[in-house]
Design a protein around this ligand. Structure first.
Ligand SMILES: [Zn+2]
Ligand SMILES: [Zn+2]
Length: 131
């Protein structure tokens, strides 16, 4: 959404590369572990700050599921996520029918200007399903 310019520093570039390499939607601490292998001097706070900035500029997506830790997604395109209620794994779901949700939502309701939605799809992953 934001068309503002963001400076892609070396740190941000590496954080982005590492995040795009995995499909696991990792939290900041996992990303920190991955990034630290390439930038040994970086701190968790710096990684976290850069993740927040990249998310703000829509270069990555920040996922917030209830009380769980924030997770990050290297794919900023619109897609849905399913969270396993048992092990907490998060996977991508591409549900074309639900893409219409944006069009169905009114622009305003109850005096609110509606900006977006946060849809959580839950289930059991293929491993947990069998337990
Ligand atoms: Zn599971
Ligand atoms: Zn995703």
């Amino acid at each position: 959404m934001s068309k503002l310019k963001i400076k892609i520093t070396r740190q941000r570039k590496i954080i982005l590369e590492e995040l795009k390499r995995v499909a696991s939607h990792p939290g900041a601490d996992k990303i920190y572990e991955m990034v630290r292998l390439k930038l040994p001097k970086i701190s968790l706070g710096t990684v976290y700050r850069n993740l927040e900035i990249l998310a703000k500029y829509n270069i990555i997506k920040k996922l917030e599921f209830g009380s769980n830790q924030k997770r990050f997604d290297g794919n900023p395109e619109n897609h849905f996520h399913i969270r396993c209620l048992n092990c907490g794994i998060i996977d991508d779901l591409f549900l074309e029918k639900l893409n219409n949700l944006k069009n169905i939502l009114p622009k305003e309701d109850k005096g609110y200007k509606i900006i977006g939605y946060n849809l959580e799809i839950t289930g059991l992953c293929s491993k947990c399903k069998l337990k």
